[in-house]
Design a protein around this ligand. Structure first.
Ligand code: MD3
Ligand code: FE
Length: 227
């Protein structure tokens, strides 16, 4: 007589035999924060050309913090508002001070992705008016900080990671609180809202490497409602 595994019919066993167990579609990392693994992958073919056209109009630049430090991360923006920093402080502006022009419009595929991800995490009706674009080359990092230059915190931040992997640090409400480490890979999308919106967070130095589509860099989009 053939041996049958307890609770596993031969048919079911065959169906799943060569598939590794799939991780859950949505991982919760805080009371109101969700990782959507690979959520952006189906859109990458449209995201990259759109990104290129934004960057032609608003090239990356290294900004100087109010404390006088030049950021290792290079920044651009698109949408109604862009984020800038200089010796006088951080702010959202309609005009890119680098070019004297309005920020490039948010590409349709960016908006599509932001809305779909927010909806997936339960934030129906999120319409971002700003998208910050960060570029990390190996060694670049972002120190622990809070995002509090937006006018309200009722809407989430949606972040999209492309290219080289990074270790994201998700802290608490006090700078001294311990951080959980969340690896973010090409195509991952994270939605951070509600009580998690003002938590300290940062990115550890990006490790040397070569991504097949993006080369030696990590790109991160963060969609926000600035006003
Ligand atoms: C958690 N960027 O641009 S995105 C930033 O990967 C920033 O480039 C990082 O932090 C990056 O400000 C992290 C994830 C993120 C963005 C905003 C948050 C996480 C957040 C706001 C509150 C809590
Ligand atoms: Fe941030």
């Amino acid at each position: 007589m053939a041996i049958q595994r307890k609770g596993t019919s031969p048919a079911t066993f065959d169906l799943f035999a060569d598939e590794p167990p799939q991780p859950p579609a949505v991982e919760q990392i805080g009371p109101a924060s969700f990782v959507l693994r690979g959520f952006a992958l189906p859109l990458v073919d449209r995201l990259l050309p759109a990104l290129e056209s934004v960057l032609i109009q608003a090239p990356f630049r290294h900004m100087v913090t109010p404390g006088g430090h030049t950021m290792s991360v290079a920044l651009s923006s698109c949408g109604e508002f862009g984020w800038t920093t200089d010796r006088s402080g951080y702010q959202y502006t309609r005009i890119n001070p680098q070019t004297g022009e309005a920020w490039p419009a948010m590409p349709e595929v960016f908006m599509e992705l932001a809305l779909a991800a927010a909806r997936e995490a339960g934030f129906v009706g999120f319409i971002p008016d700003a998208c910050l674009i960060n570029r990390y080359i190996p060694g670049a990092k972002m120190s622990l900080h809070q995002d509090k230059d937006e006018h309200g915190y009722e809407w989430p931040v949606v972040s999209v990671s492309l290219g080289l992997p990074a270790m994201f640090l998700f802290g608490g409400h006090q700078r001294s609180d311990s951080s959980q480490r969340v690896p973010l890979l090409h195509g991952d999308v994270v939605v951070w809202g509600g009580v998690d919106r003002l938590r300290f967070h940062g990115v550890m130095p990006v490790r040397q490497g070569e991504h097949s589509l993006l080369g030696e860099q990590r790109i991160n989009f963060t969609f926000r409602k600035a006003r």
